[in-house]
Design a protein around this ligand. Structure first.
Ligand code: GH3
Ligand code: MG
Ligand code: MG
Length: 341
């Protein structure tokens, strides 16, 4: 998830990084010629291929690490070819390790830093041993830069990850996320058990959303998600809660609502989505509805029932609402909530 999720941020940073590398090579051209610019081409091709393939890959981490290794190899080659221990490209060799924390966790980053040091030594000491021994300042400073910059970036990325784990808002749509749902579901479960109140769950999934991404691009897909979230939030009352579970899946929790009300709300949301043409596209949603009251309000069970109904809505041709079959008694499915003793 982290490998793929980081793509937007990495892509933005990458533009500045490669522009800076290009300017650096151009500025050093009077001393070493223009040819190192040629090394930018394979790096650019590898990185654009990575972006295209990452989202659809079964093993995105392998693709990402492969591309990092490839760019490290290019920087190593540039260091060796621009003069080894005197090479102007030597400090640039830290760039792949510096960006590694954005996609990878600690152990991989440490391994990548060690590898970077080995490539640096190979491209400097390996190319010109006596030059490296006579004046190792650039090598030492580059290793120091590698450790300082990468550890600072690592600390920043980890802090962001921790904040994100603690957050209850989905950054793309501004809706509540799965973490917020867990806390609210437990509250509703306990409340219903005490008061006998009912709760309805509406599971929602965008139809053929993969096609939107494939045809119009990921950014347009994001715009569609934001628009769907906004239209649905607008169509719900303040105490009716909507959560983004992840991807293009949402859950609407309706306190004090039964089956009938759940179906009405779902149908209203279905129509709203269809009529609003989110992101300017003919996007539709499918819905599954479940409800329970009192001791029957067991989140896991009602969510599963709504999800199964949603699956049936997909099978029935999409852009429709399906009610869950009558659930089994709560005590059978959730013995933990059966009265003690
Ligand atoms: P179905 O009607 O059966 O639900 O088909 P589908 O194409 O919507 O279903 P599937 O689950 O195969 O595809 C969901 C797609 O949602 C795959 C993924 O690329 C995309 N997706 C998930 N999260 C995001 C996101 O945050 N932004 C964008 N743009 N796309 C996302
Ligand atoms: Mg879908
Ligand atoms: Mg889905």
């Amino acid at each position: 998830m982290r490998v793929v999720e980081a793509s937007d941020r990495v892509q933005r940073a990458r533009k500045f990084i490669w522009l800076t590398v290009g300017i650096t090579i151009a500025a050093c051209a009077p001393w070493q010629g223009w040819w190192p610019l040629l090394l930018l081409a394979p790096a650019g091709i590898a990185l654009s291929l990575l972006d295209r393939r990452l989202e659809h890959s079964d093993r995105p981490e392998r693709l990402a690490i492969g591309t990092l290794l490839f760019t490290l190899g290019l920087f190593g080659a540039a260091t060796a070819l621009t003069g080894g221990p005197d090479g102007s490209a030597a400090p640039l060799i830290i760039i792949p390790a510096f960006v590694a924390p954005m996609r990878f966790r600690g152990k991989v980053v440490v391994a990548f830093c060690v590898l970077t040091v080995l490539v640096l030594l190979g491209a400097t000491v390996g190319v010109d041993p006596s030059g490296a021994v006579n004046d190792p300042r650039l090598i030492i400073a580059t290793i120091a830069l590698l450790v300082c910059a990468t550890s600072a970036n690592w600390a920043l990325v980890e802090a962001e990850m921790q904040q994100r784990d603690a957050a209850v808002l989905d950054p793309l749509t501004g809706l509540l996320n799965r973490k917020a749902l867990e806390a609210r579901a437990l509250e509703l479960e306990q409340q219903a058990r005490l008061t006998g109140a009912s709760v309805a769950f509406v599971a929602c999934d965008l139809d053929n959303f993969k096609d939107v991404n494939d045809t119009h691009g990921h950014d347009r897909g994001d715009a569609v998600l934001r628009s769907v979230a906004y239209q649905m939030r607008k169509a719900l009352r303040s105490f009716e809660l909507i959560y983004r579970l992840g991807g293009e899946e949402f859950l609407i929790v309706l306190p004090a609502a039964g089956h009938e009300e759940g179906l009405l709300v779902a149908e209203r949301l279905r129509k709203t989505t269809e009529e609003s043409r989110p992101g300017g596209l003919p996007v539709t949603c499918s819905f599954g509805v479940s409800a329970g009251s009192g001791g029957d309000v067991v989140y896991d069970r009602l969510f599963k029932a709504a999800d199964e109904a949603l699956y049936e809505a997909k099978a029935a041709g999409r852009n429709c609402v399906v009610a869950a079959r009558s659930p089994e008694p709560a005590t059978m499915a959730a013995p933990a909530l059966a009265p003690a003793g």
